[in-house]
Write a protein that binds this ligand. Structure first.
Ligand code: ADP
Ligand code: MG
Length: 616
């Protein structure tokens, strides 16, 4: 007897289902695309428990006739293509004719549908590929698909679904992208009974962006509208100073379909050229229109990859569109931030005084000392308090009416653990190097043997902090903010905050979600209050992006924290800090590059100099 069996129909459909149906987000993507294809003007997406137990997509589109309401669950049943030639176009959203068959084979699906011209509608129930019900019934115009218990009959696949919060995040991102692709369609997204966003369907992209990501982000955007003949580029890019630490807020649509493409990201970033700080990525929501025959959209099953045929100048078009937009007189006035005044000084004063009374306040120190101190106490994650301020003035000054005593000019903020723990007990071994000084407020110059080391102080400190965070894999010391910092969040970041609150604490971010904002009560030690918002948003973006293993995500967050907590180039470093920084660096001989890959130091040999001066 042979070993090869022919799979029965149901099994082969289930295997094929894996291609289309990966998780709730992919199911919803197919359903939304069907609704769009049916000419819907209003689409409602509802999920419960990350879409695992319940998905509903309702539209006001064309609806289906009684027979079609059954036929649509058959494989290769599609009303959208008749010949292979049609496939060349990407204007029609789906064209495989197997999405519904695939979904219905791994879940319990109920379809309610009615065409305008019909008196009665249809209700169809298909469970695990088997038709349970197909009958006429009273319905309103349009179509509702309800998908329950995803993967109930394929436990192996069900195991691969992530936690509810994570699946919810995937669904939200996907619905957001679809809604931004079609501002002319009104989208409502409901999660566990709560409406998360609603776009008005007015056709105005900025209005949709505002509904989805909030006014704070929308206010940083500049309009792009360019047509070079072959390629039309429209949408929004952010002002250079609003760029972010990740590329997660770069959305590209080609012929209205959400697409991932490195060429497009590179074109945009090149367009900003030297207007961006290093490691900053612009926000963009750009729609590119090219002739469909010049693209190959079907290179991956999820259809988010795209290739452009070489004769279309897509890169150049996007690059010049961005460059021209930034160079052109966009309304820079709009982007001048108003002086941020505390909302309610009295309330903050009362809070601060109350906290001062109940809590002992150690002096302000950098995270380094605090961290090492807490370790000496055998306690982890100990908090310390930053100097409370009101309206930018130290609290003491406001309360007493007298200027607060100033910290000594050269007060050090970097200390090695050895200095903190037992300064006199163990005399450090005599250093075999001499710190010559600081160059351009950015580099430390050190003589060691017959070598001259030129150290990038920011990169070095960043790397040291990074190694420490990584090695200790324990909550980094956190500093308590006496007056909590409130940061407005986009839906995406809010989702990440509720999904990863505990994990954020493991990085030193203590925050609670409240009314669309994060209330930060603790930050990783060493990060300035002024950087609190950016630091938290960056961590949320990295978590929301969720790319790579947990370790990779941890590393990215450690990079981000280390970068912000590290001493800055351009600000002179007090002598004691220079000494401590160089000492720490010398104790970590493996360090040559900062976590971002830039070198930490460069070495000039005496012989190099001798050669230059023609001594040898
Ligand atoms: P495809 O979209 O590739 O044609 P699907 O399996 O997604 O394949 O859908 C099969 C068919 O069911 C579609 O071609 C369409 O005729 C019909 N259909 C699906 N969803 C809807 C809807 N929301 N409104 C009207 N017709 C629909
Ligand atoms: Mg489809």
């Amino acid at each position: 007897m042979g070993v090869i069996n022919l799979l029965d129909k149901e099994t082969s459909v289930r295997i094929a289902a894996g291609e289309v149906v990966e998780n709730a987000a992919s199911v919803i993507k197919e359903l939304i695309e069907n609704s769009i294809d049916a000419g819907a003007k209003k689409i409602t997406v509802e999920i419960k428990e990350g879409g695992k137990s319940y998905i509903r997509v309702t539209d006001d589109g064309a609806g289906m006739a009684y027979d079609d309401a059954l036929l649509c669950f058959e494989r290769h049943a599609t009303s959208k293509i008749r010949t292979a030639a049609d496939i060349a176009g990407v204007y029609t959203m789906g064209f495989r004719g197997e999405a519904l068959a695939a979904v219905a084979s791994v879940a319990k699906v109920t379809l309610y549908t009615k065409r305008k011209e019909d008196k009665l509608g249809t209700e169809t129930v298909v469970e695990g590929g088997a038709v349970r019900k197909h009958e006429e019934s009273g319905q309103k115009d349009g179509t509702t698909m309800i998908v329950k218990d995803l993967f109930y009959n394929t436990p192996a696949r069900k195991k691969f679904l992530r936690r509810d919060a994570t699946e919810t995040l995937y669904v939200s991102q996907m619905v957001e992208r679809e809604a931004l692709a079609r501002p002319d369609i009104s989208f409502t997204f409901i999660k566990d009974g709560v409406e998360k966003f609603f776009t008005d369907g007015s056709g105005d992209l900025l209005s949709a962006v505002t509904s989805i990501y909030g006014r704070q982000l929308a206010d940083t955007l500049i309009k792009v509208d360019s047509d070079n003949g072959g390629v039309v580029v429209r949408g929004y890019i952010c002002r250079p100073t609003a760029a972010r630490a990740t590329r997660d807020m770069q959305l590209f649509y080609v012929n209205r379909r959400y697409i991932k493409n490195k060429t497009l990201a590179a074109a945009v970033e090149n367009g900003y050229s030297n207007e961006l700080m290093t490691r900053r990525f612009p926000v963009c929501i750009l729609s590119i229109e090219v002739s469909p025959t010049e693209t190959d959209v079907n290179v991956s099953p999820s259809k988010t990859e795209i290739k452009f045929s070489e004769n279309v100048p897509v890169f150049d078009s996007v690059y010049f569109a961005v460059k021209a937009t930034l160079a052109g007189g966009y309304d820079k006035e709009r982007f001048v931030m108003p002086e941020s005044e505390p909302k309610n000084d009295f309330e903050k004063l009362i809070n601060s005084v109350a906290s001062l009374v109940t809590e002992e306040k150690p002096p302000k120190e950098s995270g380094w000392d605090v961290e090492s101190k807490s370790r000496w106490d055998g306690k982890l994650g100990e908090v310390f308090h930053e100097e409370p301020t009101i309206g930018g003035k130290p609290l003491k000054e406001v309360v007493s009416g007298a200027p607060a005593p100033k910290a000594p000019e050269n007060e050090s903020f970097i200390k090695t653990p050895a200095v903190v723990s037992a300064p006199e007990e163990k005399a450090a071994p005599a250093a075999d190097y001499v710190i010559i000084g600081e160059l351009f407020k950015s580099y430390l110059v050190v003589e060691q043997g017959d070598e001259l080391l030129i150290i990038d102080k920011h990169a070095a400190h960043e790397r040291i902090l990074f190694e420490k965070l990584k090695k200790e894999a324990a909550p980094p010391a956190s500093q308590l903010l006496l007056v909590p910092e409130t940061v407005e969040l986009s839906a995406e970041r809010a989702g990440a905050l509720s999904a990863f609150e505990k994990r954020l604490e493991s990085y030193g971010f203590y925050c609670k979600y409240k009314d669309g904002a994060a209330v930060i009560s603790g930050m990783p030690a060493g990060i300035d209050r002024a950087d609190a918002e950016e630091a938290l948003c960056e961590a949320l973006d990295i978590l929301a992006g969720g790319k790579g293993s947990d370790n990779a995500v941890n590393d990215r967050i450690y990079h981000s924290v280390a970068c912000r907590a590290a001493v800055k180039a351009g600000v002179p470093l007090p002598r004691e800090d220079r000494e401590n920084l160089v000492k720490m660096l010398m104790e970590m001989p493996d360090i040559r590059y900062c976590p971002h890959g830039r070198p930490v130091m460069t070495v000039l040999k005496k012989s190099d100099l001798d050669l230059r001066f023609k001594r040898i």
